[in-house]
Design a binder for this molecule. Structure first.
Ligand code: AMP
Ligand code: MG
Length: 328
């Protein structure tokens, strides 16, 4: 993974965190907007910068699984097994919290979300800092996550002084979140690590959180959304629908998995990779580009039903929720 972060940059970021200020940093999923997780004032600044409601909890990032005990009250065998297999990596575990964890981090819940990121810059930062870094995705509340340092600057301008540039995030979508605080491990948010992979480690079926009863922000129905209304469309209908909308005088953007661009004025055409890993890697950058095209609608080709597309479908469904109704 290429990045331009020097030892001095890390030292400066650590000083900023210790000062109670915010640092945006790369992880392998998306960029995080980090604060010292044990400093209540610093954590409040994260909510203020994002415009995020205070009851939506943050993920605490730590350098390694040994640090779990500093934050979690109870670590069940399922959590140990998942941590052993997938950390460092794009997996977040929700565990019973211990008394030291500020309410500001947990949204007042009796659980805490923990992750050991694998990105080398996140690892260097966490090791140099020593403590936990509470970090949600580095985007304004409800908006498309940032997968480059450039995106972070687009979101926050000068409001976040310290941005570590670790290049484009590898995975491109947020971590898989598994709640291990109850009797049955439960999938709270799909991510690159699939339910099937988790079940292979757990040896038992994973419960899936009731989508109708969201507890937390990453699971709000409308989330990860560009400003332009977005519609999911079956592949063979994209061109037809685009044509008819353009005929009605609409400006149309399309995100498709074929490079064959139809000849049509008034159409912004972005070709995405046809494999799930490539598609996820580029997804948020593509949504930002399509949003900035200033069209009336974004048509997105419906992804395949296969397991590796599960988290991508989840993000696109949330990006679609509530949009599109001002089309006619
Ligand atoms: P974001 O960084 O924007 O992806 O947001 C962090 C996400 O972590 C939240 O939206 C929740 O989905 C999840 N999360 C953090 N803490 C908890 C917790 N204690 N219980 C359940 N989910 C959590
Ligand atoms: Mg987020």
């Amino acid at each position: 993974m290429t990045h331009n972060v020097s030892k001095d940059d890390i030292a400066r970021a650590v000083a900023v965190l210790k000062d109670g200020e915010l640092v945006a940093f790369p992880t392998e999923t998306v960029y995080g907007l980090g604060a010292d997780a044990s400093n209540v004032e610093a954590v409040r600044k994260v909510y203020a910068a994002k415009g995020r409601p205070a009851d939506h909890p943050l993920i605490v990032h730590v350098a390694d699984a040994v640090q779990l005990a500093n934050w979690a009250g109870e670590i069940p065998p399922a959590a140990h097994a998942l941590a052993k297999k997938y950390w460092p990596g794009p997996l977040t575990l929700v565990l019973k919290r211990n008394a030291r964890v500020p309410d500001e981090v947990t949204g007042g819940q009796d659980t805490v979300a923990l992750r050991v990121p694998g990105h080398p810059v996140a690892q260097q930062l966490l090791r140099a800092f020593g403590g936990g870094i509470a970090a949600p995705s580095a985007n304004r509340f409800g908006r498309v996550s940032a997968t480059t340092a450039e995106h972070v600057r687009e979101e926050f301008g000068d409001a976040v002084a310290c941005v570590l540039d670790g290049g484009a995030a590898d995975v491109g979508i947020e971590s898989t979140i598994v709640d291990c605080s109850g009797a049955v491990p439960t999938l709270l948010r799909p991510g690159w690590i699939t339910p099937q992979q988790l079940e292979a480690v757990l040896g038992v079926p994973l419960a899936v959180a009731d989508a109708a009863a969201p507890r937390v922000s990453g699971t709000l129905e409308k989330h990860y959304a560009p400003r332009t209304p977005l519609m999911l469309v079956e592949g063979d209908l994209v061109v037809e629908l685009a044509r008819s909308l353009v005929r009605q005088g609409k400006r149309v953007a399309a995100l498709v998995r074929t490079a064959l661009r139809p000849l049509m004025d008034g159409l912004v055409w972005v070709a995405a990779p046809d494999d799930a890993a490539g598609f996820a890697h580029d997804l948020y950058a593509n949504l930002r580009e399509l949003d900035q095209a200033g069209c009336d609608v974004i048509l997105v080709e419906q992804p395949p039903e296969r397991a590796e597309w599960f988290a991508i479908r989840d993000r696109l469904n949330r990006a679609t929720a509530g949009s599109g109704e001002d089309l006619d």
